[in-house]
Design a protein around this ligand. Structure first.
Ligand code: ZN
Length: 316
């Protein structure tokens, strides 16, 4: 598809339009998810959904990493949250003009939760293409996809427990993706999972060398695109309805509510109503927090390997 001007993402039609590739395109912020990006991403998914030629959608990110999570600190993100000429229009609809917990709950439901669930339920097969690090809300985007192709350098972590005093991100798929016990450990420690372990537990579908990730993912997408569309949809739907019957759908709803309780806790404590923990609450400042450590089987905490894990996300 051409003619759609996106500012924060790109949309390409490949293989005679049978494959749509959407890339997060804010490499300077490590593809942190600001509101404008999320609204554009929803538009791009709807565009792929509406186009009957599209069979498979690839979701990736430009630059060294897929997504560092929600954008909490970039000047663009602050401007779009602040009343004025650069405020994003979505800030004054969908609960944005309400007050208290209602405002945050409605805004997060529309822009972090229900949109993610809508992408998960897309009537097309979706493939996440991830590299570098996938932190916090980066996990949500990746998990919403049907299949995940990962570069051999990738690591996964949800750091919101240790850095923001939060019980995980809004789309709480952690126990389903990591397994219940591993989910608790990863959330309680903020440690990262490497790609081999992610593959071993079935969270990622393929592991490709970083330099050939794009080509190999496209090859994989072409193969999936050959499956008759009706069969592909019903395979996806059979698996999704199975996990929904096991409780996935209701658990997501319940955990979103719990997440909002956690925000309300911090908002009640803080004079400023800031809805996540601050350094005074006993966490490191997320801007200067120590590096994410790799999860290691036989050590309570591990030193980061040379350079590899020494990245500090600018966002949750
Ligand atoms: Zn939240």
């Amino acid at each position: 598809m051409t003619g759609t001007d996106y500012r924060y993402i790109t949309y390409e039609a490949l293989e005679d339009g049978t494959i749509a590739r959407i890339l997060l395109n804010r490499p300077k912020t490590r593809n942190a998810q600001n509101r404008g990006l999320l609204v554009e991403l929803d538009d791009a998914f709807r565009q792929a959904e509406a186009d009957d030629n599209v069979r498979v959608v690839i979701l990736g990110g430009v630059g060294p990493l897929f997504s560092s999570g929600h954008d909490m600190g970039s000047s663009e993100s602050v401007a779009e949250r602040t009343p004025g000429p650069d405020q994003h229009p979505s800030m004054v609809i969908n609960g944005g003009t309400r007050v208290g917990a209602e405002k945050l709950m409605l805004q997060e439901w529309h822009y972090f939760f229900d949109n993610t669930r809508r992408w998960r339920n897309l009537r097309k097969i979706t493939i996440a293409q991830v590299q570098g690090t996938v932190f916090a809300a980066g996990l949500m985007l990746m998990w919403a996809c049907d299949l995940i192709c990962a570069a051999d350098d990738v690591m996964f972590a949800d750091v919101v427990g240790t850095r923001l005093g939060m019980c995980g991100v809004e789309y709480f798929a952690h126990p389903w993706e990591f397994g219940p016990r591993r989910a608790k450990e990863l959330l309680l420690t903020g440690d990262s999972l490497d790609v081999e372990e992610a593959y071993r537990i079935g969270m990622v579908s393929k592991v490709f060398p970083r330099e050939s990730l794009e080509d190999k993912t496209l090859e994989f997408a072409k193969r999936i695109a050959k499956t008759p569309t009706m069969a592909a949809l019903l395979i996806k739907e059979s698996v999704n309805q199975s996990v929904d019957s096991m409780g996935f759908y209701n658990a997501l709803n319940a955990c979103f509510t719990i997440h909002e309780l956690n925000h309300s806790h911090w908002a009640q404590i803080h004079e400023s109503k800031y809805p996540v923990a601050e350094p005074a609450d006993g966490i490191p400042d997320w801007r200067t927090a120590p590096p994410v450590l790799p999860l290691v089987k036989d050590q309570p905490s591990a030193a980061p390997p040379n350079g590899a894990a020494a990245q500090t996300p600018s966002a949750r």
